[in-house]
Design a protein around this ligand. Structure first.
Ligand code: FMN
Length: 252
């Protein structure tokens, strides 16, 4: 079973490919926490890097996830370029549950947070050139149930960026804000938010208090009516993995 978290499709594309190669099923992590996976022989966790670490909502999901210490547990993390401490944090969280992380690797893809900093993720599509070879290696190693942690970390920088106060700052600055007079109340953001943190009130989107700053809503809004880091999204900077359709990211 492959459990994934994805805002703009990078992690979903990786999870899909792995599910296909390993003949496994796929499920969104936010739904998977409600079920019991202790009978699964192999569990894969695929998610993006935020702030050189796990997305803020992930530790709680991992702690609630019902998986067995007998399972082969692996992770493949997507990132813009540096997964920082993701793998070490995940390994620690799993160890707290008596589970050993058997395998890890990362895949670099366009950085979907770039638009919050005035850059364009769609100008980073060249990163896809290296993905097939990386996915080939990962698939081969996972098929052989390899016990290898491929990791990278940036030492002090990762430690600093992963501090709770820095994460709170990231949520504060990058947290999406609805531009009410641009919002048409179409509800796409409500359905694309993997955290179910957006609802409509008086035909306008309203964000709640458990945003994990994935920016799914910012990238998916056809009216560019959601800002991040004080910047209204520009249409040409809104990103989605080229093989993933909007409907693939919508919650049912
Ligand atoms: C809030 C935020 C913080 C991010 N921090 C990092 C980071 O520290 N290092 C990195 O390489 N990429 C970072 N990224 C980029 C994402 O990890 C990357 O684009 C990922 O593949 C997105 O996956 P998704 O399309 O499945 O949501 C960040 C993205 C967001 C939204």
């Amino acid at each position: 079973m492959i459990l994934y978290f994805s805002a703009t499709g990078n992690s979903l594309a990786v999870a899909r490919l792995l599910a296909e190669r390993l003949n496994e099923q796929l499920m969104l992590l936010t739904e998977a926490v409600q079920q019991d996976w202790t009978a699964e022989k192999r569990i894969g966790l695929v998610f993006p890097t935020y702030d050189f670490n796990l997305p803020p909502a992930l530790p709680d999901m991992i702690s609630r996830l019902k998986i067995s210490p007998q399972s082969y547990v692996f992770t493949v993390v997507t990132c813009g370029s540096a997964a920082g401490n993701c793998i070490w944090t995940l390994r620690r969280l799993l160890r707290e549950k008596g589970i050993e992380l058997a395998y890890s690797h990362k895949v670099s893809m366009p950085d979907n947070s770039a638009l919050a900093f005035g850059r364009n993720p769609n100008k980073q599509l060249g990163k896809f050139d290296r993905v097939p070879a990386r996915m080939e290696l990962i698939s081969r190693e996972l098929q052989a149930e390899s016990h290898t942690l491929h990791y990278s970390w940036f030492g002090l920088l990762s430690w600093f960026l992963g501090r709770p106060a820095v994460t709170r700052g990231m949520i504060h600055f990058l947290g999406p804000k609805v531009i009410a007079d641009k919002c048409t109340g179409c509800g796409t953001c409500v359905r694309v938010c993997p955290m179910k943190n957006i609802r409509l009130a008086d035909n306008k989107a309203l964000t709640g208090d458990h945003c994990t700053v994935c920016l799914a809503c910012v990238h998916a809004c056809a009216q560019q009516a959601i800002s991040t880091n004080g910047q209204q999204a520009r249409k040409d900077r809104q990103y989605r993995h080229p093989q993933i359709k909007l409907k693939d990211l919508l919650l049912r």
